[in-house]
Design a protein around this ligand. Structure first.
Ligand SMILES: O=C(O)CCC(=O)C(=O)O
Ligand SMILES: [Fe+2]
Length: 330
């Protein structure tokens, strides 16, 4: 099996693409059993120090996570060895891409959702269903084409040009979704009595840090050759590092989009040098197109001002004082 170019095109166009099941049934059956054993051992998952959680309080909204699944059972390595996964990641991120997070998340019956958000730009993620999951059963949702929108807090979702085309990670065991972490996403409620589980993986190019969401260093990447011997331009490197992870800073986010989508000469150098937060382009004008007009038109000006003032105050008075002020107000 190899990845079809139409699927890659869809990923770049929509920010998310469902691939269906890409694993063999025998492997899936074994993974399903091991996942059940692991959650028997860790019914409430692990905290960020990887300790077994003993109370049912959520470490992330509505989620019990097991972070070190690969270290616990090497069967999970088979997922990272899958040909389609490797081909897709190599096409999007280049050789020697980095696997940063690789974990399972279980969601019990819960009324809360995980709010719509974006993570870092220029990366690639995938999710694999480890249970049959229906609508409102703890599935992840994605807003199509939203990797070219401003981040959710700054967007006017009532604007006539805002498209609310949602795709849900519903389906059967083994169904796989590739998605861009800068595409709007969140998690739905689970109204079923049974828990549902999904495996998630976040990746970046060779210069992405191999740290997972708990902050620990992981060694999951399969580097084909150790060093690509490219000397980065230090100013460009700083620039992409500064603006490539900006879910809460509209100016940095806009700057990233402007450079990445519009300044092709600079971006081509950045991609060649595998600078952090740079995805290889699809290579087709229609797919790689970005409308500055739509981006700006989607901005909710009052939110831009309010959040920017808040951020400015945070910088001026410092994080600690901000936390104190927040506590005093609540
Ligand atoms: O738990 C989910 O469905 C989504 C988690 C998420 O937002 C992420 O891993 O970036
Ligand atoms: Fe996320």
């Amino acid at each position: 099996m190899t990845i079809n170019n139409d699927k890659i095109k869809e990923l770049y166009k929509e920010g998310v693409v469902p691939l269906g099941n890409i694993f063999d049934q025998d492997l899936l059956g074994r993974i399903f059993d091991i996942k059940n054993q692991l959650f028997k051992e860790f019914p409430f998952g692990q905290d960020d120090s990887l300790n077994k959680k003993i109370d049912n309080k959520f470490q992330r909204p509505g989620s019990y996570m097991i972070w070190d699944i690969i270290e616990r059972n090497s069967i999970f390595k088979k997922i990272l060895e899958n040909k389609i996964i490797n081909e897709t990641a190599t096409k999007v991120l280049g050789k020697n891409f980095t696997v940063a997070s690789f974990y399972i998340r279980r969601t019990p019956k819960v009324d809360d959702t995980l709010d719509t958000h974006i993570d870092y730009q220029g990366g690639l993620s995938f999710s694999i269903l480890l249970d049959k999951i229906g609508k409102d059963e703890g599935e992840t949702f994605f807003y199509k084409k939203s990797h070219k929108y401003p981040p959710p807090p700054f967007t006017d979702t009532k604007s006539p040009i805002f498209k609310k085309e949602i795709i849900y990670t519903t389906g059967n065991l083994g169904d796989t979704f590739f998605w861009f972490p800068d595409c709007w996403h969140g998690r739905n409620i689970n109204k079923k009595d049974a828990d549902t589980t999904i495996l998630m993986c976040h990746m970046g190019n060779v210069n992405h840090p191999s740290k997972d969401s708990t902050g620990r260093k992981v060694y999951y990447s399969q580097k084909i050759d150790a060093d690509e011997n490219i000397t980065p331009n230090k100013y460009l490197k700083k620039l992409f590092k500064f603006c490539g992870n900006s879910p809460n800073n509209i100016f940095a986010h806009f700057l990233y989009c402007l450079i990445y989508f519009k300044f092709n000469k600079i971006t081509n150098i950045a991609i060649k040098q595998r600078l952090i937060f740079t995805r290889i382009k699809f290579g087709n004008k229609e797919v790689d197109n970005f409308s500055l007009f739509s981006y700006l038109k989607l901005l909710k000006f009052s939110n831009v001002v309010r959040i920017s003032i808040k951020n400015l105050i945070k910088i001026i008075i410092g994080k600690k004082a901000t936390a104190l002020v927040r506590k005093a107000i609540n």
